[in-house]
Design a protein around this ligand. Structure first.
Ligand SMILES: O=C(O)C(=O)C[C@]1(C(=O)O)C=C[C@@H](O)C=C1
Length: 357
């Protein structure tokens, strides 16, 4: 087959894909009308997961699961925008890893607001300037983001979904050759995490490493100044139009960050593979057994507790704590429901949502 005839076949299939996508959007538009008439929520992560699971199971072509996910998450994002355009606030600046996390769920078509603090993301959702907020909650190498954890107690928001993304860095530059590069910009932590690559390539070339506030700023500088480069996220390089010379230049490929999507009011239906996040303010944790007995309630019901984080209650000059707990399962599961009922006064449900891993 010639290139031309292969391309002709691709054109024919693309025409069919477009027709099918438009047919799908017509159905989605009707779903949107139905939902608006019943005041139902537009974003249904558990339904999206169900669709991707089903497609993956029946698939026997070349596309693997990440490819199916990438294509369909973008389709869902376009669908949701058609049903009701929804604004997404995230911890900026543009091109940050939180931006990348937000885009991985809400797609290229959503309206985004880059905010400069985690608190302002919470507040924008609270005051309904944004329908959803995306914040980092923990990194598997560095631990939790304390500000985000504390705001979960302070503000009355719900968790819609979690996103986990590997922290990959790219090396982006406009320079024609590595030997031309005199300065490399990035955040100091990113330099540390890419030290092997930088040593291998630049030890002899002697480019100067210049730390700046964010990897997005680094990409911006590299877009403005010839003979410079940036160690930054892929999304920042794309945003500032700096060609990526090397991908995944980090020393360890185990570095992952977990983000939460927050909304003012949100209830997910069970997906069969869920996680639940709770806040517990137990009275008298200084009395023997109070905390242990509470945790035991999960154990006796065979509920797998996956995380417990203690944070100071900041009540006077005392050492008192509240706890952020995560367990497998959905708040509708009868066993978990029992615990929630039993501790209605001291336990608050932040959300049940599709468990990533
Ligand atoms: O099934 C729905 O509830 C829809 O709104 C449709 C749809 C889709 O495109 O398939 C879009 C948004 C939801 O997050 C889930 C699925």
């Amino acid at each position: 087959m010639t290139l031309e005839s292969l391309r002709n076949d691709i054109d024919t299939l693309d025409d069919q894909l477009l027709t099918l996508l438009n047919q799908r959007m017509e159905l989605v538009r009707r779903v949107g009308e139905l939902k608006r008439s019943t005041n139902a929520v537009i974003y249904r992560p558990e339904r999206e997961k169900q669709i991707i699971d089903r497609l993956h199971e029946q698939n026997n072509g070349l596309l693997n699961r990440p490819a199916i996910e990438a294509i369909f998450l973008e389709i869902f994002a376009v669908s949701r925008n058609l049903e009701l355009p929804e604004r997404v606030a995230y911890l900026g600046p543009e091109g940050s890893f939180t931006h990348q996390a937000a885009e991985s769920r809400f797609g290229a078509m959503s309206t985004y607001m880059a905010l400069s603090t985690i608190r302002s993301v919470f507040e924008s959702v609270e005051t309904e300037r944004a329908r959803f907020g995306v914040v980092p909650i923990e990194n598997n190498q560095e631990g939790v983001v304390e500000e985000a954890i504390d705001l979960l107690l302070e503000k009355d928001l719900r968790i819609v979904a979690e996103i986990q993304i590997p922290v990959h860095f790219t090396f982006a530059t406009q320079a024609e050759s590595l030997a031309d590069i005199t300065h490399i910009y990035s955040k100091d932590i990113a330099f540390r995490q890419c030290s092997r690559f930088l040593n291998d390539y630049f030890d002899e070339l002697k480019a100067e490493l210049i730390p700046v506030e964010s990897t997005s700023k680094a990409a911006k500088l590299a877009s403005q100044q010839p003979y410079t480069a940036a160690v930054c996220s892929g999304i920042a390089a794309k945003l500032f139009d700096v060609p990526v010379l090397f991908d995944n230049i980090e020393d360890s490929d185990l570095n992952r960050t977990r983000f939460l999507i927050l909304a003012k009011d949100f209830v997910n239906q069970p997906s069969g593979h869920d996680k639940t996040t709770l806040i517990a303010r137990l009275p008298n944790t200084q009395s023997p057994g109070v905390l242990a007995e509470f945790l035991q309630e999960f154990n006796t019901r065979n509920i797998n507790l996956t995380k417990i984080e203690s944070r100071p209650l900041r009540e006077g000059a005392t050492f008192k704590y509240w706890f952020l707990l995560e367990c497998e399962g959905h708040a509708n599961d009868p066993d978990l429901q029992e615990i929630l009922n039993h501790h209605a006064a001291e336990v608050k449900l932040l959300g049940s949502y599709v468990r990533v891993s």
